[in-house]
Design a protein around this ligand. Sequence first.
Ligand code: WQD
Length: 341
Amino acid sequence: MATVLVTGGNGYIGSHTVISLFESGYDVVIADNLANSKMEVQKRLKTICGRDFKFYKVDCCDEKALSVVFEENRIDSVIHFAGLKAVGESVRIPLDYYSNNIGSAITVCKLMKKYGVKNLVFSSSATVYGMSEDVPFTEESPVGICTNPYGWTKWMIEQILRDFAVSEPSMKICLLRYFNPVGAHESGLIGEDPRGIPNNLFPYISKVAGGTLEKLTVFGDDYDTPDGTCLRDYIHVVDLAEGHVKAIQYLDSHDAGVCLFNLGTGKGTSVKEAIAAFEKACGHPINHVFGDRRPGDIAVCYASTEKAEKDLGFKARYNIDDMCSSCWKWQTMNPEGLADD
Ligand code: WQD
């Protein structure tokens, strides 16, 4: 059985990916420093999968500590999620973002080289497309016009990985650019569990629907879009997780080098449409007001899915109603999120 090391595997996307990997017949080892997740996730994964996964509490910037994972396990592939990922926070503490996100990626690459692990999937983001208006974004759309340090770290790491692949011709690296991951596992046992007040739309709407936040402010309804609110490509986190399994399988069956895929649905949903869909899921109105635009937001962002469908065999299965209903189940089952460690 092939073994995949999932760094950041205790986090939102990482934990859902652990389940998809397990269900696809892979063994999984998790490395996570618990900076943005709780150990309760491991208990929930055991309930869902019926087994424990080897877990290492480790900072992926710590080469000595992370090397233990490679010493103690025969790793066939790595999926590197570990990193800081809040856009607004990255503007406030950019040095932490650059040192942590870039440092952890470099450390993972150094250890993969040392231990002869060739297959790497990297968690990148549609944020690298920045303020471009070239929608739908294809993998060839202009990048590197990022609007925040978080996005710049993703863009820089993509470049570092390309250079690493040139220096190590046997490496196989897949860059996955996510659009907007939302929703939760069908069990309602794991889901997006941000610390404090959520920055992103769906966890915020979910808490308003659940009564733990008073109202949603819609950041601008004067955009050049059909209903005046921004369009985004929301993709169910379980679809995203399955896209990672496809990427691992793609690397297993293709030659060395770097490949790049968007993971989205190819459909733009407005904020107003998202609110309406969530109201349908929860059965009551979502209290919301309209406020000023949020600096750095672009009006329209959604993926061209052609390349992922053709080359990766990936197509998102879930629609916005599935995303909302799964999000609502997670919210009602875990109104205060998971218990602290
Ligand atoms: C979506 C829309 C807001 C909150 C970010 C990152 C991206 C990815 C996903 C990691 C926008 C509006 C939001 C609120 C609102 N993360 N909104 N009121 O900004 O598209 O993408 O998260 O990879 O990299 O950039 O997501 O959910 O913050 O915003 O009106 O309280 O909802 O203006 O139009 P975003 P978001």
